[in-house]
Design a protein around this ligand. Structure first.
Ligand code: G6P
Length: 367
């Protein structure tokens, strides 16, 4: 079937807007009819018997894995290693018994990820993959391939595939937490209920579109941008910076907020916008002191947070974008939306080729 832009100016805009519905589709696929149980194939390995999870991917899928590391460790107490496929395959890492290897790829055709998978084939009991294209090479060569059900993604910069990857990875982490006796029934029920509400929470967040477009117009005159995040928001900061550089060609990098003092603070002046993605969670106070360090040096902060975070720390910052409240464990999925919209509108303001950015390919099937 031919995919069209459905009235949007770009595929990327369409794919950003589709996220509530495709995440909804992924949730209906992986949850029981009453929404209270996670349904995975019978051939799914038992997380109770696994001692280590190794996740490998490239690009945006790699940042999905980095996010999932926090989930698997925090929720399931499972040690996790995450690696970039091109590093993993040539480093020839030792694989210890009891390792589950998990490969994440939208296309299922990325050459380095496929090679990393093949490296693991005879070294682990089970190869699991999380893919968008169900008939891809990575899916075929896995023992079990879980679809993310995002539908065709045409924009080169990945958006809906990222949030669907996150959704499926969170469900896997919850399954692992349950299998390993690390989560009680109430907490599990709470998270599942927040997940079921996620499509509607994302729709609420979409109401910030116009505001983000206005901020982006100002951002589009910058030559550099710095993204900061902590904990679960750190991988998302990396993804936000990747999105911005991919399509707007603004040099962007991301740091864990706590690393600010170890280098990037030297770059701060009034020409350096600093995008802070920080819901008001347990680590928020620490982020607030990082923001003060930035502001004391004339840095301009765009704070993306919830109402409580903005009430606590919004004074004196350059711009704020207010997100709906959400269980902090789900925040990376929700906060992906403003990060994507910011990159999108910045690129549109600059007039770049949003869906086909220069020098980039949707699927990197050669080394
Ligand atoms: C390319 C694309 C990215 C994507 C990466 C990994 O760089 O431009 O959007 O994240 O490949 O692709 P995969 O299909 O393996 O997820």
């Amino acid at each position: 079937a031919r995919v069209d832009k459905a009235g949007h100016k770009h595929f990327m805009a369409k794919e950003i807007a589709e996220q509530p519905s495709v995440i909804g589709a992924a949730l209906s696929h992986y949850l029981s009819a009453d929404g209270r149980n996670i349904v995975l194939p019978d051939t799914m390995p038992d997380f109770a018997t696994i001692s280590r999870l190794t996740m490998v991917a490239c690009g945006t899928a790699y940042y999905a894995c980095l996010t999932a590391k926090y989930w698997f460790e925090r929720l399931a107490g499972l040690p996790v290693e995450v690696d970039i496929a091109s590093e993993f395959r040539y480093r020839e890492p030792p694989i210890t018994p009891g390792t589950l290897a998990l490969f994440v790829s939208q296309s299922g055709e990325t050459a380095d990820t496929l090679a990393a998978l093949r490296y693991c084939t005879d070294r682990v009991d089970t190869i699991l993959s999380v893919v968008n294209v169900a008939e891809s090479s990575i899916a075929r060569e896995s023992d079990l391939a879980l679809p993310i059900l995002a539908g065709a993604e045409i924009g080169v910069a990945s958006t809906k595939a990222f949030t669907c990857q996150l959704t499926v990875l969170l469900l896997l982490a919850l399954r692992a937490a349950h299998a390993r006796g690390q989560i009680d029934d109430d907490r599990l029920a709470d998270i599942l209920s927040s997940l079921r509400a996620l499509p509607s929470t994302l729709n609420t967040a979409m109401e910030r579109n116009t505001q983000i477009r206005i901020v982006a117009r100002q951002l589009s005159t910058s030559e550099n941008a710095l993204f900061l995040g902590r904990g679960l928001m750190y991988p998302l900061a990396l993804e936000g910076a990747l999105k911005l550089k991919e399509i707007s060609y603004i040099h962007a990098e991301a740091y864990a907020s706590g690393e600010l003092k170890h280098g990037p603070i030297a770059l701060i002046d009034d020409t350096m916008p600093v995008i802070v993605m920080a819901p008001c969670d347990a680590l928020f106070d620490k982020t607030v002191s990082n923001m003060q360090e930035v502001m004391a040096r004339g840095g301009r902060i765009l704070l993306i947070s919830d109402a409580r975070g903005i009430a606590t720390a919004g004074d004196g910052v350059w711009q704020t974008v207010s997100m709906p409240d959400i269980d902090p464990i789900l925040s990376p999925i929700l906060y992906a939306l403003p990060a994507q919209l910011l990159a999108y509108h910045t690129a549109v303001a600059k007039g770049t080729d949003v869906d086909q950015p220069r020098n980039l390919a949707k699927s990197v099937t050669v080394e």
